[in-house]
Design a protein around this ligand. Structure first.
Ligand code: HEC
Length: 216
C-alpha cells in the first residue's frame, strides 16, 4: 500500500474512533459518579412515577411516559436546569406524585435536582454501593423498600395488598412472596417495570429474613 493510501485510511480510522468516543461521551454518565442514573434516579422514577395507570409506557398520563432514560429526558427535563425542568418542579412542590401516593423524600428531591444540574447524564452500569454483610432493618431494608417499592406499595394504594412502608408491612410481605419477587423466582418479578436488584441487595434481604427479620 502506498503511503498516501495508508494515511487516508489512518485519517478515517482516527476520525471514526474519535467520533464514536465523543458521541459516547455526550450520552454516558460516569458509572462512578456520586449520582448515577440507573442506580440512583431510575428506581425512584420507576416506583414513584412510572406505575401502571400513571407514567408507564402504556398509560403515559398527560403525555408523560417516564419509563426509560430517553423518555425521561425528552419529556420533562431541561439538562443543566432543574428549575426549568417540569419533572423537578412538580415533585419539588409536591404536586406529584398525586394525593394518596408516597411523595419523594427531601433527599430524593435533592438528588434529582443535582442530577439535572449536572446535565442529566445517562449513567449506566453504575458501581454497586452495597455490603451484603450488613442487613439491619433500619440501615438497609427500610431504605431499600423506600427507594424501589413504596411508590406502588404504600397505603392507601398498596398494590396486591403488599404494604412496604414500615416494619410490620415488610415483615408480613415475607409470607406474600417478598424474596421470590426480588430474586425473580416467582410469578411477579419486582420492582415491576424496573431492573432486578443487585445480587448483593437481594442477599441483604435474604440475610435479614434468615436472622428472623428483626426490627433492628
Ligand atoms: C411500579 C409499581 C411497582 C413497584 C415499583 C413494585 N411493585 Fe410489587 N407489585 C406491583 C403490582 C401491580 C403487583 C401485583 C402483581 C402484578 O400485577 O405484577 C405487585 C405485587 C407484589 C408482590 C406480591 C407477589 C405475589 O406473589 O403475590 C410482592 C411481594 C411485591 N410486589 C413486592 C415488591 C417489592 C419488594 C418491590 C420493590 C423492590 C416492589 N414490589 C416494587 C407493583 C409494583
Amino acid at each position: 500500500m502506498n503511503i498516501k493510501k495508508f494515511s487516508l485510511i489512518a485519517a478515517f480510522a482516527f476520525v471514526g474512533v474519535w467520533g464514536m468516543q465523543s458521541c459516547q461521551h455526550e450520552q454516558m454518565g460516569d458509572p462512578n459518579a456520586a449520582i448515577c442514573f440507573e442506580r440512583d434516579i431510575l428506581p425512584i422514577i420507576n416506583s414513584k412515577c412510572a406505575m401502571s395507570g400513571c407514567h408507564d409506557a402504556g398509560t403515559a398520563a398527560e403525555g408523560y411516559d417516564l419509563s426509560n432514560y430517553k423518555k425521561i429526558v425528552s419529556d420533562g427535563i431541561v439538562k443543566g436546569k432543574p428549575n426549568s425542568s417540569e419533572l423537578y418542579e412538580v415533585v419539588a412542590d409536591n404536586e406529584m406524585p398525586p394525593k394518596g401516593y408516597t411523595k419523594l423524600s427531601d433527599a430524593e428531591k435533592q438528588m434529582l435536582y443535582d442530577w439535572i444540574a449536572d446535565g442529566a447524564k445517562n449513567g449506566i452500569n453504575c458501581a454497586v454501593k452495597c455490603d451484603s454483610a450488613v442487613s439491619g432493618f433500619t440501615a438497609v431494608i427500610q431504605p431499600m423498600m423506600t427507594k424501589y417499592c413504596v411508590g406502588c406499595h404504600a397505603y392507601p394504594n398498596a398494590s396486591a395488598q403488599v404494604e412496604l412502608s414500615g416494619y410490620i408491612g415488610v415483615k408480613n410481605a415475607i409470607n406474600q412472596g417478598l424474596l421470590k419477587s426480588l430474586d425473580h423466582s416467582g410469578n411477579y418479578p419486582m420492582p415491576k417495570g424496573g431492573a432486578k436488584l443487585s445480587d448483593c441487595e437481594i442477599n441483604q434481604v435474604r440475610n435479614w429474613i434468615q436472622r428472623g427479620a428483626p426490627n433492628d
